[in-house]
Design a protein around this ligand. Structure first.
Ligand code: MN
Ligand code: MN
Length: 293
């Protein structure tokens, strides 16, 4: 990996670590998740990064992809299990990291299992290692806590401006095989539950994020404005919060962008019981670098 690119990955990772930790401290009963999202995203920009996606704040049985909308009144409640998934881009070189805050004693084990599985997985990263060995270890640790991995959410590779690239990093023993190569960048992210071991996409229309995936001629001026605004993100997800168009005009513009398949909607992913997650980004080298730790 070129030194310049390595430095960008490292800078993104340093910023992501700082804002994740600051975000975790904000997770308390009665706090609006909209405030947490805005603080973390603003801080990311202040530190010289760009949010690679709107801060994801997924609570309890929601595994991933929830980010508060402009008018979101959701508050953290006593006993919630709150996952913060942070993305930071420096020129498209991404740091992807997540942590879970459990506000009740009984859910601390869920968090501990995710962190332990992640740490044990990271110890196995090196060039020449087959990812399936890492997957086996993750599952083994999770099961030692009497819990289950979510099987249809995996870790993944990262490439410039690409949040989900090859290879995958499954959280359980599977047929998937990939030999890690020097210079690959991977995000490892066990998702853990005591309930159903898979998530489904939710139909709901709140808390969504979007990616601009293709540019097509649009009828509405506001739709064209959104395209212009989001082009430079090169496909990285965005929130309606980041658009200075409000109310009906925004709704109609977003509808046209969806209908014309200019934007992809990232649906909220939900299980049937509380879910925890821990995630770091790792650069595969003889001495691997965990950019977000
Ligand atoms: Mn993530
Ligand atoms: Mn990830």
């Amino acid at each position: 990996m070129e030194k310049e690119i390595l430095e960008k990955y490292k800078k993104a990772g340093e910023i992501a670590k700082i804002v994740r930790e600051e975000g975790e401290k904000l997770v308390k009963p009665g706090v609006k998740i909209l405030d947490i999202a805005e603080k973390v995203e603003n801080r990311t920009r202040e530190l010289g990064g760009i949010p690679a996606w709107p801060l994801n704040i997924s609570i309890n049985e929601v595994a991933a992809h929830y980010s508060p909308s402009q008018d979101d009144e959701t508050e953290i409640k006593e006993g919630d299990v709150v996952k913060l998934d942070v993305g930071v881009s420096v020129d498209g070189y991404i740091a992807d990291t997540a942590a879970t805050v459990a506000l009740s004693e009984e859910d601390k084990k869920l968090v501990e299992a995710a962190e332990k599985a992640l740490e044990e997985a990271i110890k196995l990263v090196r060039p020449g290692r087959n990812i399936n060995e890492i997957s086996v270890k993750i599952e083994e640790v999770i099961k030692s806590f009497g819990l289950k991995p979510i099987t249809n959410l995996t870790g993944h590779g990262l490439e410039q401006y690409m949040v989900h690239a090859e290879p995958r990093v499954p959280n359980y023993k599977s047929e998937y095989s990939h030999i890690l190569k020097e210079g690959e960048v991977i995000a490892i992210e066990p998702f853990i539950t005591g309930g159903r071991n898979y998530i489904t996409e939710e139909d709901e229309d709140r808390g969504l994020t979007y990616s601009l995936v293709q540019v097509k001629p649009c009828r509405l001026r506001e739709a064209r404005q959104i395209i212009e605004l989001m082009k430079e993100r090169q496909g990285m997800p965005f929130s309606e919060r980041w658009i200075n168009i409000k109310g009906v005009k925004l709704k109609l513009a977003m509808r046209e962008l969806k209908d014309r398949e200019c934007v992809e909607v990232h649906r909220i992913l939900r299980g049937d019981s509380k879910i925890s997650q821990a995630e770091h980004t790792v650069i595969v080298l003889d001495e691997p670098i965990v950019t977000t730790r």
